[in-house]
Write a protein that binds this ligand. Structure first.
Ligand code: BES
Ligand code: MN
Ligand code: ZN
Length: 488
């Protein structure tokens, strides 16, 4: 499965499927290719977003009309969904032509529409077939976007291809079973990404973690037979960097809960608990090919969270890298522990901003569900910047508060702080307040992706399983990065 996208004025001779996005009533967007309606059944196709209908053309080829819905509500997301519908309809055809319409009007210009369409097509073609005896991979290799060539159009398609590859890499990392995607293996994959993406890479092992005082990460790791590690990736742009952005991703390759063990049900999807780390690693790999001008450094603390005779016990106290002591009252609140060390390390480099991304709390899923991430932070400008990047990328996030008033919930009887608040109360915010203790006064934003990191069922361009959520917004954030202004 590797799809390449070419902008062209002509339909290539080998394109067995010709897709045409249309509005309801088969109205072809302005500048689009007319559809031969002779073979269309009178009912059934309404042109709703994502709806598709295949027609046999006179030349023996197949025309697939794809609905765009109401022209008044057209967004880039409409084109991503239309792209997904094209991929599903043309699954077995190696060469596909897609008519690009003028269409978007003011909301979506032609170039943005093409990029979104290509993203939707590429993302919908993803399958994790590694362990399937009879996988049915998508056969589409060549997509020709018809409707005028042009360097700007081709550049947009090239960007889409890079983003698709990055998202699919993150999905692969998440979908691998925990037995295959151990911290060590994740680090190996990060090295490969670094090599291919022109990044610096450094991996600290257990001994170095001890030497560096990463007591919180080590505390989580001590119950596991798999050695932990700390993955650092560095992107140096050509020319003078436009700011320095640090990314931190939670890399729990399996979360059993530790001694505060999860239920059997609660554990089934916990290989996903490195979804934040996967998003960070995959996004980093795309930066050079996208010509990002900011300097970007990334930190992924990686370990399993397991119960054993050596595991951290409720009531134990850990010392994080920045000296803060943490009473561990629930060993299942391990994400904030490993992030404590990673954020401390990130702060030492004094970046202009830190953004972390983590499958951090079940409460996030309760509050916002499976499709919307929670966004928090200590700097309004940065939070707004992350929100805007997520909006542009088409990944839904919603702002949540970090109330000073709740800070006392993590006061500990014997240590500086404890790793949980009052059960059943604002779990996502408490986790955010905990992380805030480790970012000093560096502008920081926190994304809780506990819900969106995994799709429960197939959806437009996101198949069931690891979603790669976060990759698109992180890439978009890095590409448009501006140093946040002075803090309040
Ligand atoms: N990895 C989980 C959060 C999670 C839950 C992600 C469900 C995806 C789906 C995290 O480590 C965790 O267990 N959090 C606890 C914290 C609590 C013990 C304070 C939670 O949210 O229940
Ligand atoms: Mn946990
Ligand atoms: Zn976890």
């Amino acid at each position: 499965m590797h799809m390449s996208f070419t902008a062209s004025k002509d339909v290539p001779a080998d394109a067995a499927v010709h897709a045409v996005p249309v509005f309801p009533g088969l109205v072809v967007p302005e500048g689009g290719v007319e559809v031969d309606t002779a073979h269309l059944p009178p009912v059934g196709f309404e042109g709703k977003p994502g709806q598709s209908h295949a027609l046999l053309a006179d030349d023996g080829g197949t025309v697939v009309v794809v609905g765009l819905g109401d022209p008044a509500t057209l967004t880039a997301e409409t084109f991503r969904k239309a792209g997904a519908a094209v991929t599903k309809a043309a699954w077995r055809s190696p060469s596909v032509a897609v008519a690009l319409a003028e269409s978007g009007g003011e909301a979506v210009d032609r170039v943005a529409a093409a990029r979104a369409l290509a993203e939707g097509m590429g993302l919908a073609a993803y399958r994790f077939d590694t362990y399937k005896s009879n996988g049915k991979p998508c056969a589409i290799e060549q997509v020709t976007v018809v409707g005028g060539g042009g360097a700007r159009l081709q550049a947009a398609l090239d960007k889409a291809a890079v983003v698709v590859e990055a998202v699919c890499l993150a999905r692969d990392l998440v979908n691998e079973p925990a037995a295959a995607m151990t911290p060590t293996r994740l680090a190996e994959r990060a090295r490969e990404v670094a090599k291919a993406g022109g990044l610096g890479v450094r991996v600290l092992g257990a001994d170095e973690l001890r030497a560096e005082g990463m007591g919180a990460l080590l505390g989580v790791a001590q119950g596991s037979d798999e050695p932990p590690c700390f993955i650092e990736l560095t992107y140096e742009p050509d020319g003078r960097p436009r700011g320095h952005l640090a990314l931190v991703g939670k890399g729990i390759t399996f979360d059993s809960g530790g001694l505060s063990i999860k239920t059997a049900d609660g554990m089934t999807t916990m290989k996903t608990d490195m979804g934040g780390g996967a998003a960070v690693i995959a996004a980093m790999g795309a930066l050079r090919r996208l010509g990002v001008r900011a300097r970007v450094t990334a930190y992924v603390p990686a370990t399993e969270n397991m119960p054993s005779g050596r595991a951290v016990k409720p009531g134990d106290v850990l010392r994080a890298r920045n000296g803060t002591t943490i009473e561990v009252l629930n060993t299942d609140a391990e994400g904030r522990l490993v992030l404590a060390d990673a954020l401390s390390v990130a702060v030492e480099q004094q970046p202009d901003a830190i953004v972390d991304i983590a499958t951090l709390t079940g409460a996030q899923v309760v509050a916002l569900g499976k499709k919307i991430a929670g966004l928090m932070g200590n700097d309004e400008g940065l939070v707004t910047q992350v929100q805007a990047a997520a909006d542009r990328a088409g990944e839904p996030v919603w702002p949540l508060p970090l109330p000073d008033d709740y800070r006392s919930h993590i006061d500990s009887e014997i240590a500086d702080i404890k790793n949980m608040g009052n059960p059943g109360q604002a779990g996502t915010l408490i986790a955010g307040l905990f992380l805030k203790e480790f970012v000093g006064d560096v502008p920081w934003a926190h994304l809780d992706i506990a819900g969106p990191a995994r799709a429960d069922s197939d959806d437009a361009y996101t198949p069931k399983g690891g979603s790669g959520f976060g990759v698109r917004m992180l890439v978009e954030l890095a590409a448009g990065f501006e140093r946040p202004g002075r803090r309040r």
